[in-house]
Design a binder for this molecule. Structure first.
Ligand code: TRP
Ligand code: SF4
Length: 400
């Protein structure tokens, strides 16, 4: 029941660049081979900040999906879909809003930060305050176990865990839960029942999280448990009731800070990006005109790679031989900056070549992309529907 399921989303707020590739997409491509993965376009989330420019969404959505495909995200391995085409997200968001304390939303650090950072926009809206809750709905509706995100999003995952816990606490109580749970423990057989009970005690009395993990894997291994007993036993481990929504874990990817053309982090707001599918001439031109160590005014002036943004790109793209050549050549004025940049240009173009190739078929035939997304949305709706059945029932909405 709790097999790993990875979910992640991206807002369609502009074309993707190599920072997204190195920071996020490379990781998605790797994970799709290891886990069940769902990747989606968070177009409603884009509207929370860009509600006044809805005309940009459409183009950004399709460009972004093509960028994903170009980067190697494989629709045969991962499910790709668009948030607004799975309206169940909105329903869960609404239902969760009933139990979400305002203070929890106001305390999410991104709320005030973003309002300040985007002060030219009026973000004192209901939708913007609810951003993290909509994200919780995205995550919980698939019973996702892992959510790959950047550092800045960790508070949203924490918030999601708290919402799931609160939901289970309020709605996960069934009449006679304790008795039913104890009966389920017995059905594990005496040896496993004893083990389960002692692990549960260790967790509940000493907060021993290793014991909790062991108990969970013990349950994972029990093939013959009924669905109901399984839910009860998981719920009973951590507290009161049935676990209707499961708590996700953030999955932090090794911090890969992709340097931009000026040495700062690559980011649209610094205007220092190379886009994922930038054409070759433009890539070459951007790198050729990059600033270098200001000490190298003339070709004969030696420089210090550590003071040069090009060196940072060598660290991403070049092997040790080339890096040694740079160190040696720069510090002795043995090479010029144009020469030094060439291997970086070559490596970026090499990296982008398969991306251009993959993208081309989708640019030639946009219906391919539409079909991939239509399939993905259908799969997502089916999964979302399963969770919603349980949620509606728990919240007293399944009456006839
Ligand atoms: N808030 C995320 C971001 O800005 C995008 C997002 C929306 C998301 N829903 C999500 C990410 C669910 C992970 C899971 O990057
Ligand atoms: Fe930078 Fe290379 Fe020029 Fe040195 S030689 S300043 S590392 S571009």
């Amino acid at each position: 029941m709790f097999a790993d399921r990875v979910l992640s989303g991206m807002r369609p707020t502009g074309g993707l660049h190599l920072g997204h590739y190195h920071g996020v997409l490379k990781n998605w491509v790797k994970m799709q081979q290891e886990f069940e993965c769902l990747f989606f376009v968070a177009d409603w989330h884009a509207l929370t900040t860009h509600y006044d420019t809805p005309q940009v969404i459409e183009q950004n959505v399709w460009d972004m999906v093509i960028d994903w495909l170009a980067a190697g995200v494989d629709p045969a391995q991962a499910t790709l879909f668009i948030q607004s085409r799975v309206p169940e997200h909105a329903e869960l968001h609404l239902l969760l809003s009933m139990i979400t304390p305002l203070g929890w939303l106001e305390r999410v650090p991104t709320y005030k930060d973003q309002q300040e950072r985007l002060s030219e926009k009026d973000l004192s809206t209901y939708g913007f305050l609810g951003y993290p809750l909509l994200q919780s709905a995205d995550i919980l509706i698939y019973r996702s176990t892992q959510v790959p995100v950047g550092e800045d999003q960790v508070p949203h995952i924490e918030f999601t865990r708290e919402i799931a816990r609160r939901f289970n606490h309020i709605y996960g109580r069934e009449a006679g839960f304790e008795e039913k749970a104890e009966a389920a423990v017995k059905r594990l057989g005496s040896k496993k029942a004893k083990l389960y009970t002692s692990l549960r005690t260790r967790f509940q009395e000493q907060g021993d999280s290793e014991a909790l993990e062991s108990a969970k894997s013990l349950l994972d291994e029990q093939q013959s448990l009924s669905m109901g007993d399984r839910e009860r036993l998981f719920g009973y481990l951590e507290g009161g009731g049935k676990m209707i929504l499961s708590e996700p874990m953030p999955m932090l990817t090794a911090a890969s800070r992709m340097p931009g053309l000026d040495g700062q982090k690559m980011s649209k707001s610094y205007n220092n990006t190379i886009s994922l599918r930038e054409d070759e001439a433009s890539v070459a031109k951007k790198i050729r005109t990059m600033p270098t160590d200001p000490a190298r005014v003339r070709r004969s002036d030696p420089g210090t790679p550590e003071k040069c943004p090009v060196w940072q790109l060598h660290q991403v793209y070049s092997n040790t031989d080339i890096r040694q050549w740079v160190q040696q050549g720069c510090t002795t004025a043995g090479i010029g900056c144009i020469e030094c940049k060439q291997p970086v240009i070559d490596a970026v173009l090499e990296e982008q070549k398969p991306m251009h190739e993959r993208a081309q078929q989708y640019l030639d035939d946009p219906t391919l992309v539409r079909n991939i997304i239509a399939d993905g949305c259908e799969k997502a709706r089916k999964l979302a529907g399963e969770t919603m059945r349980d949620v509606r029932e728990a919240m007293g909405l399944s009456y006839s």
